[in-house]
Each structure stands twice: as C-alpha cells, then as structure tokens.
Design a protein around this ligand. Structure first.
Ligand code: HEM
Length: 157
C-alpha cells in the first residue's frame, strides 16, 4: 500500500532524503518518459492551487517546464543538461530564492506530485521511493517561515 504521508518542515533544516532510484526513470522509458511525465506535472501545476507562483504566460511557462525536466533527468542520473545551462546549478535552495515558498505552498506542490504518481502505471515500490525522496527534499525549498501547521490541520480548515 502506498503511503503519501507528509511530515512537517522544521524551518531551515536540510534533511537527508532517500537517493533517487534510477530504476524509476528506466521503467517509464528513460529520458523520453521523464519528458512526458514532467510535461504533465507542469500542466497539472497550472491547474493547481499553487498555479499563481508560476508564470501565467504559456511561453514563459514552457521554458520553466523545459528547464525543470532537464533538472529531474539529471537528478535521476541521466544527461547532465540542467547544470550545463549558464548560471544554473543543481542547488535547489538557490533556484527558489526569488520565490516565497511557505509550508502551505509545499503541501500544494506535493499534492500535485501525488496526483501525478496516482496516474502513473508502475509498481508501487518505485512510486513510494519517488514520494519519499521528494516529500523530504521539498523541505529544502521552504524559504519563508510562517506559523507552520501540520498537513492534517491545514486540510481541515
Ligand atoms: C525538491 C523539490 C523541488 C524541486 C526539485 C524543484 C525543482 C525546480 C526546478 C528545476 C525549477 C526550474 C528552475 C529554472 O527555471 O531553472 C523550479 C522552479 C520553480 N519551483 Fe520548484 N522544485 C521543488 C519544489 C518546489 C516547491 C515546494 C514549490 C512551491 C510552490 C516550487 C515552486 C517553484 C517556482 C515558483 C519555480 C519558478 C517558476 C519561475 O521561474 O517563474 N518548487 N523548481
């Protein structure tokens, strides 16, 4: 059984996270599959509660989408396309510094990750691994301290 559990961020903490499993990219047909997956991810983001964080212009959004896909391919051990872009590095903190990301925004982002995984037809173990990596790693991107609530408290209101 898959467990999409979300634990609370301790502001400023950079938790260790489970390493990405290269088998994930393999079973979804490699880099081509990652492109299709993250195309979908960004389309879902545009329809989600965190859409306002992202460019509203389609062309702009497509550029972010392309860079994002390169990042995830590289993160999963594929072509080193993202870190080769001038002025870019794999540093997830730097890359989000211009955006004010709260714990609530993180929950919104993770909820899109969950929807994405639910539609994906691969074995649960690989989905769980993906979830566990990003549930934890996404804590690194939270750069605005708010009176943080737990996910359970937030969905009740
Ligand atoms: C570990 C988790 C995450 C990873 C690996 C990740 C990765 C990325 C990447 C690769 C980009 C593109 C950077 C570029 O343009 O060069 C990006 C942009 C962005 N991400 Fe994330 N992200 C994560 C979590 C989040 C979360 C939780 C939010 C919350 C809302 C978020 C909001 C954004 C925004 C607003 C942008 C920029 C859009 C723009 O350039 O206008 N990300 N992210």
């Amino acid at each position: 059984m898959l467990n999409y559990k979300i634990t609370k961020t301790i502001f400023g903490e950079r938790p260790k996270f489970p390493k990405p499993n290269p088998k994930f990219m393999e079973v979804i047909d490699g880099e081509k599959g990652m492109e299709a997956l993250f195309d979908k991810f960004y389309d879902m983001i545009s329809e989600s509660e965190i859409a306002h964080f992202f460019p509203q212009e389609e062309e702009e959004m497509n550029l972010v989408k392309q860079r994002n896909t390169k990042y995830f391919i590289e993160f999963y051990g594929g072509t080193k396309g993202y870190s080769r872009i001038p002025d870019k590095s794999m540093d997830v903190i730097k890359m989000h510094v211009d955006f004010s990301i709260t714990e609530k925004a993180r929950y919104g982002w993770l909820s899109v990750v969950q929807d994405l995984l639910e539609e994906l037809d691969i074995e649960d173990e690989l989905k769980q691994g993906f979830w566990d990596t990003f549930e934890s790693f996404s804590k690194w991107t939270v750069n605005r301290n708010t009176k943080t609530n737990t996910y359970e408290e937030m969905v009740k209101v």
